[in-house]
Design a protein around this ligand. Structure first.
Ligand code: ADP
Ligand code: MG
Length: 634
């Protein structure tokens, strides 16, 4: 079967149905005629004509349009030619069977492939049309498309969230399974972000719109998945290429067989019948559909589980990954860091915190968030800082009313020429993340920050190892003692930990690891976008929201769950296995049929059934991947 699945919309799958019925009707009458009693000749001829038109015109049209527009020969053409050849030698009934089965299996296949593609469509249906906008003290129902960032909307319990936004009032549980695949509801409070198409279970929430409809997380997911389905995986491109070459070869082979048979003294009719049988037996329908059937199913299953692949190529590469490299902060740890100690060398702690929080006001680094929250918790107002520049994996600098100031790690401190006073030595020897702050070469104080492991991190890494990953690496810009402590908690060996890295060092390490096979880099997009982009497979974590990561990565985990990564890796490997099974089976079946056609007088109808049956089996085998292997039991 050779309908070009990748270019057609889902709904077209149903278009073949009436034609199929017609074909069968024609065929039924013809069969009656052949088996029970002679029917009037006109009726039989009429029925066969109907069967040929109904079953033959659609593939002929597709064949001609491919020939015309893309200058390619497709398999539909082989089928039509075979049926016509059969008819011309008095085997019209066999030709009709061929066309009927071809259109039946075409319809079934379309449906199956539609199903494999539908994950995102379901998501689109979950997007509410209207929202309750809060304006001038009153609530009004408006079209979601009209909402702009800054608008306030009210979410009632049980309703789907109409926009991406931030909670400005209220708390409640949200079911985010549509986006993250996570079935456990999440408690969200003031400041938390909410996403379109998730469900507000119990709270009455006021939400400030942060993104318009076109930029929402769901819109991005839809875009990603649709693009992914349109992009062809390398093995898919191969089967297209192969299908094209092969179709021509089959046509030529059939003509050759015909010539040889005639040369051997067969009658023209017999030779033509045999050539038509070979044409069907050798058609590569099953080979061509083997790969897309598996890839589309896998892309769909993973999208439902909150894992988005940017195309089948990423899926295929993930199956080959030998080394998984992880960023630490925000990836293996929650990124919800907390300040655990403050030491001000001059003035009081609050004044020091006001300065540091002022510097970090705009930074998206998890450490910056910790400092801002600490200031807020103590009621400290951050001072105004201008000309802020961030030094990735080192720290941040800016200018306040008294002049240039900075905050960052030991490397930053040394670069500024600030020495470590004795009272800070103990803090600097510990295994907590340490941030210094200073004015030029004068150190003003230091803060320690602690960040918890993600609850799923240890299991997730173990699952990856169990799934056959050769090497795990943790790469961090943080200090060695912190890296060692976190690594130990994760069950990593010293050789699996790299610390004190700049963003460029991560890229170098990814390159080095790539010498031993494909590398995946898993990060959150903060200070590691370069490594994400450089790795064979870049995996972005907890993406429901962060654009940087979504841009740089090949795979996006919508939830913060590292267990999904292992599941996605397993799915990629299963997909690869199923593709191999499919190709082996399809090529094997073809060889058997061709051998039968060449040496064992295989009748045309048997060739047809073998051919179409094999194609359907391959599609169904691919569809097994749809059985949602990514979502873990709640
Ligand atoms: P990781 O590789 O673990 O994700 P990063 O490379 O993002 O860590 O950061 C490495 C180190 O650089 C941090 O541990 C911190 O000491 C320092 N740093 C980075 N950004 C900032 C910032 N905005 N403020 C203070 N320190 C920072
Ligand atoms: Mg990081």
């Amino acid at each position: 079967m050779a309908h070009d699945h990748s270019d057609e919309a889902v709904s077209e799958g149903e278009a073949d149905v009436p034609l199929t019925v017609l074909t069968w009707a024609g065929l039924g009458i013809a069969t009656l005629d052949a088996t029970v009693q002679p029917l009037p000749l006109g009726l039989v001829a009429g029925a066969l004509v109907v069967a040929y038109l109904a079953g033959g015109v659609p593939p002929l049209r597709s064949a001609l349009s491919d020939l015309w527009q893309r200058r390619t020969l497709n398999i539909d053409l082989l089928m039509v030619v075979a049926a016509l050849a059969a008819a011309s030698v008095g085997a019209a009934l066999e030709g009709a069977v061929l066309l009927a089965l071809f259109s039946v299996s075409g319809t079934l296949e379309h449906r199956a492939m539609g199903k494999a593609r539908r994950a995102v469509e379901a998501l689109m249906q979950l997007r509410p049309e209207t929202a309750l906008k809060f304006e001038d003290g009153a609530v009004r129902e408006v079209q979601v498309a009209e909402l702009v960032p800054g608008d306030l909307v009210i979410l009632r319990p049980g309703a789907r969230v109409p926009v991406d936004g931030r909670i400005v009032e209220g708390t409640g549980h949200l079911d985010e399974s549509t986006i993250t695949g996570e079935s456990e509801p999440r408690l969200k409070a003031l400041g938390a972000s909410v996403h379109e198409a998730t469900v507000n279970l119990d709270g009455i929430l006021t939400v400030e719109v942060t993104r318009g409809l076109a930029e929402s997380t769901v819109a991005q997911m839809i875009r990603l998945v649709t693009e992914a389905q349109a992009m062809k995986a390398p093995s898919e491109r191969f089967s297209d290429w192969f299908g094209q070459r092969y179709t021509i070869a089959v046509l030529a082979g059939a003509v050759l067989a015909f010539a040889v048979l005639v040369g051997l003294g067969w009658t023209l009719d017999e030779a033509l019948y045999r050539a038509a049988t070979l044409l069907v037996a050798a058609s590569p329908c099953a080979v061509v559909i083997s790969v897309p059937a598996a890839i589309l199913s896998a892309l769909s299953a993973s999208a439902r589980g909150g894992v988005l692949f940017k195309g089948g190529a990423a899926l295929e590469r993930l199956a080959d990954v030998k080394t998984f490299a992880f960023d630490k902060t925000g990836t293996l740890t929650t990124g919800q860091a907390e300040v655990t100690g403050i030491l001000a060398l001059q003035g009081d702690e609050d004044g020091f915190l006001a300065l540091v929080a002022g510097l970090e006001a705009q930074s998206e680094h998890p450490i910056a968030g910790a400092l801002r929250r600490a200031a807020e918790a103590r009621g400290v107002i951050p001072i105004a800082v201008r000309d802020v520049t961030s030094n990735p994996s080192e720290g941040i600098s800016g200018v306040d009313s008294l002049g240039p100031i900075w905050a960052g790690n030991a490397r930053m401190r040394e670069r500024m020429g600030a020495t470590l006073p004795p009272d800070l030595q103990a803090m600097a020897d510990g295994s907590e993340t340490l941030i210094f702050a200073g004015r030029g070469d004068r150190l003003l104080g230091a803060v320690t920050v602690a960040d918890d492991l993600r609850p799923t991190a240890r299991e997730g890494l173990a699952a990856l190892k169990a799934g056959g990953v050769a090497r795990i690496l943790m790469m961090t810009g943080d200090r060695a003692p912190v890296a060692a402590r976190i690594g130990a908690a994760l069950g990593l060996k010293d050789s699996e930990i790299e610390s004190g890295l700049l963003p460029a060092d991560k890229v170098t390490l990814v390159d080095a690891a790539a010498k031993r096979g494909a590398v995946a880099f898993v990060g959150d997009g903060v200070n590691d976008a370069a490594a994400l982009a450089r790795a064979d497979v870049g995996v972005a974590m907890g993406v429901a929201g962060s654009e940087v990561a979504l841009q740089a990565a090949d795979v996006a985990l919508m939830a913060d769950d590292l267990g999904r990564l292992a599941a996605a890796h397993a799915l990629a490997r299963r997909t690869r296995a199923i593709i191999r099974q499919n190709l082996t089976f399809a090529i094997g079946a073809m060889l058997v049929l061709v051998t039968g056609g060449l040496f064992f007088n295989l009748p045309l109808p048997l060739a047809v059934i073998g051919h179409e049956g094999g194609t359907l089996l391959v599609v169904l085998n691919g569809l097994r991947l749809l059985a949602d292997p990514i979502r873990r039991p709640a």
